[in-house]
Ligand binder design. Structure first.
Ligand SMILES: [Zn+2]
Ligand SMILES: [Zn+2]
Length: 194
């Protein structure tokens, strides 16, 4: 389970200063979200054991012997060398090629039941803050409202069923993925189900 609250409050100054990790504009606290964790394992790209490894998705046709370090994600060397992407470009509509490239090839992805995807706001990719169950999402009312209207548009017209779905996020096979717009700071979320 991620920690959206912490990521929300101190990612830029906090995470990078504490850990010395590279800063990811679209995934500001990958330690809090669980996509990067402390480890003594060596990176499959640079061969160095730098204390941190990436734990989430990487899509490549090649066989890769082990995890990557965050630095080989940040500088694009892992994606280049193994011709892969950390996140599918699905959903990243309306952003520039540079942003698309940064999110899919130079940003840690995250694990989800369905193929993870990035939310877009103000024609830029949003920053991934982590998973949220209902109590966590309720502390981000803007994101909760955004998710509610998305679900209505997707055809959940029965208000009781909709509220039941929302209040049970995190209790079974559903979870919310929380984001924040990198331009206007609006909070967003989508629901993931197994
Ligand atoms: Zn590396
Ligand atoms: Zn925005």
């Amino acid at each position: 389970m991620g920690s959206p609250g912490r990521a929300h409050e101190g990612a830029e100054a906090g995470a990078t200063a504490e850990t010395g990790l590279p800063y990811f504009r679209y995934h500001p606290d990958p330690v809090a979200t669980g996509s990067v964790r402390a480890s003594t394992r060596a990176c499959a790209c640079c061969g160095r054991a730098r204390g941190w490894i990436y734990t989430a998705t990487f899509y490549s046709a090649q066989e890769i012997d082990g995890p990557f370090c965050p630095w080989c994600i940040a500088d694009g060397s892992a994606a280049d060398r193994f011709t892969g992407e950390f996140t599918d470009s699905y959903g990243l509509d309306g952003v520039s090629r540079a942003v698309l490239h940064e999110v899919t090839r130079r940003t840690p992805g995250f694990s989800a039941w369905q193929d993870p995807h990035w939310l877009v706001h103000c024609r830029d990719a949003a920053a991934f803050l982590g998973e949220a169950d209902y109590p966590q999402l309720a502390r981000h009312p803007e994101a909760l409202a955004a998710l509610r209207s998305t679900l209505r548009l997707d055809g959940r017209h029965d208000e009781n069923q909709l509220e039941h779905f929302l209040t049970h996020l995190g209790q079974g096979s559903t979870i919310a993925l929380l984001f924040r717009c990198t331009v206007c700071a609006t909070e967003l979320a989508y629901a993931d189900a197994s």
